[in-house]
Write a protein that binds this ligand. Sequence first.
Ligand code: 26V
Length: 831
Amino acid sequence: MITNTKTTETITPNLSVAEISQRIKHHLQFTQSEQNGCDKKPAYWRATSLALNDVIVDKLQRTKLRQQQSEVKSVNYLSLEYLMGRLLSNNLHNLDLYTPTQIALKNMGFELADLCEQGADLALGNGGLGRLAACFLDSLATLDYNAMGYGVHYQHGLFKQSFVDGKQIEQPDMWREFGSPWEVCRPQSSQKIALYGYVEDVAQTDGTTKPVWHAGKMLQGVPWDVPIVGYNCETVNTLRLWECRAEEAFDWELLNRGDYLQAHQQQVAAEVVSKVLYPNDEHEAGKELRFIQQYFFCACSVQDIIARFENQYGAIADSNNWSTFCDKVAIQLNDTHPTIAIVELMRTLMDDHNLEWDSAWAICQKVFAYTNHTLLPEALEKWSVALFQRVLPRHLNILYRINDAFLNNDVESLWPNNNDMRARLSLIEEGNEPKVRMAHLCVITAHKVNGVAQIHSDLVKQDLFPEFNQLWPTKLTNVTNGITPRRWLKACNPLLANLLDKTIEGDWAKNLNMLSELTTLAENSKFQAEFMTIKQQNKIALTKEIKALTGITVSPDAIFDVQIKRLHEYKRQHLNLLHIISLYRQLLENPELDIQPRVFIFGAKAAPSYQLAKEIIYATNKIAEKINNDERIQDKLKVVFLPNYRVSLAEKIIPAADVSEQISTAGKEASGTGNMKLALNGAVTIGTLDGANIEIAEEVGDENIFIFGLTVDEVKTLDTNGYNPYHYYENNAEIRACLDWLDTDYFTPGKPGELSAIKDCFLTGGDPYKVLADFQSYADAHKALDKAYKNQQQWAKMAILNTALMGKFNSDRSIEDYVENIWHLTPCKSS
Ligand code: 26V
């Protein structure tokens, strides 16, 4: 009998190959009703997933019972985004059932790795923020914490991207067109949510008045639960995603009168609320719907948190129970998107549970904490007061009162009679269209506010919220991000994971600091050879993927240089592109130029209404076309833009990367997490002193990373003195030649000027992200990198040390930081 492979701990279940086969066959026969003659892979994928889900649901129920009985505090992670990716392979790894399932399927004629490719990604997020939430859920379960993720059950996640003549085309994501085997609908936990209407002050018998909200519309929130399986432990937590429906399926009255379309109107209008994930570029359009989406999700989650509390600790009758509430419940706001949950909890406590203002406020301050994920002013949320008034009139009353108390007590005590300070810190930004500053509400309420990397947290204190930091000097803090090594090494890079298994004693995936043992092997030529052979095999696998996706042939012997992340000017894909143009130019001038063959690999989605981002994609594709087909440069340069970048594609690219591009303008990238994933898999970073790059450099040492460019302070100085991109254009012949080239029709034959938007953004556009200022230093860093790669021993050592020294960036460490400084949880292990 073959059972679980790991021996460090006994985890349930301990299923044999025969038992797994039998469970899969059961689902094939009874759930799939398998038929002959059609493609069997989807049916086998589903049957395998369902068989596994049976095991998971059983563990989930036992976890719930354990958590209830132990009465440990729970954390509720509120996030509008979760980028979960695919679940089959990860769930198998976390349950230690990968190998027996692989054998079971092999006996039935299937490769498990093939089947794992069948499922759609759960792409319910835009980028780093959503993926961080997914990594944190994995770590919370792995560390046996009582945690619940709350999110939106979007019918369509992040759009699917394809290229037509180099241009990005978006199509809807259909992740659950045929249902998802992992989620379970729980109608018994549905919530009713009020919107619109008006507030009336109703006289009470004791002579006082009480505000009563007469809602104008009701929505229904229906939860779908996705299990979150901890790694090598007994815990399975829940991600609860809310779907919006109307209260009534349709209007009988209208149907009976024959108005069939109108009869379904309410349902259609309600479903729109959870229909689609908003790409993070929406400034004005669709505002009201996004606001309602946020409120709907927050209200459902807050009501559910209270219902779960009451279910466990009894109905809340007096304030004693409420002090228990603070001891038992933490709520983490993932950015400002779920801020309205604060006001919803205030409203519920006062209006539905008759608490006094002070008690309700004290509870909110103890329960909520907030994570800031960006300093970009355009990304800081503000909602119009008029919109608030119309959609959530009662909430606006409460918000005004929070503001009054804050301005008259906190602000007044530190800055008496200071109207300027009051205006600056107020929850309301005055102007033609007054707005509510959601971030201010978060900072005022939360007991802790954290940034996501040290430099970012410092800038949150210094530049974003300096006054709040003066008011409450211990509130603002740092928790450096992390990534789960289960998905980002064990599952996505099985060859390297195997090498680590046989090299390191103990479960490195549960304690990533163990990887530091590899430092002693970094110069061992046998180990170097093994490590680099694995890199080569992963590169060969990626060349096949590249061929299949784009038709482009690349050599695995070239340096694989990777930039994968959302497309944004601050991330500076156009700096990478400018450097590629420059290399190409140099090669045309001197085809014998001694450089290592290089494949530049991009993966990025541009927000649909972000024009310049789309121009950058188009330019990259056009320049790639020209370079890839130019025989004069003898394949020394290739450029590949892989379409539809997403978690499952990242899992293929990352194990094959030699070089990781982390080149944001200093001070703009809050943390980055792709930087951690790539380094963990043995890629060497070329990067600026920004976000978590700084901490990565501290860990791996300056000699194992290529740092270039302006520092945060230098960027600030340039800004103060007035940045002039023309200075670089006029004084750097290489920059000038490359930019002028973009005005010709060289890359777009017959269509001169098609790429001029790129040149313009650097010059007439003012180059807001200082690409030209950093260009020379970037090109020099690349030269140094090219030289380092020529020495294969030196390179192998660098790559190994990058893997070895990533222990800090494990999301388990991030979670322990949150637990210690913010949530104060105790684990709930099985005895
Ligand atoms: C939002 C928006 C909205 C308006 C248009 C421009 C824009 C640009 C960026 C954003 C990002 C919002 C928050 C976010 O996703 N932050 C990311 O969070 C990651 C996890 O903490 C972190 O690693 C990334 O550095 C950070 O950009």
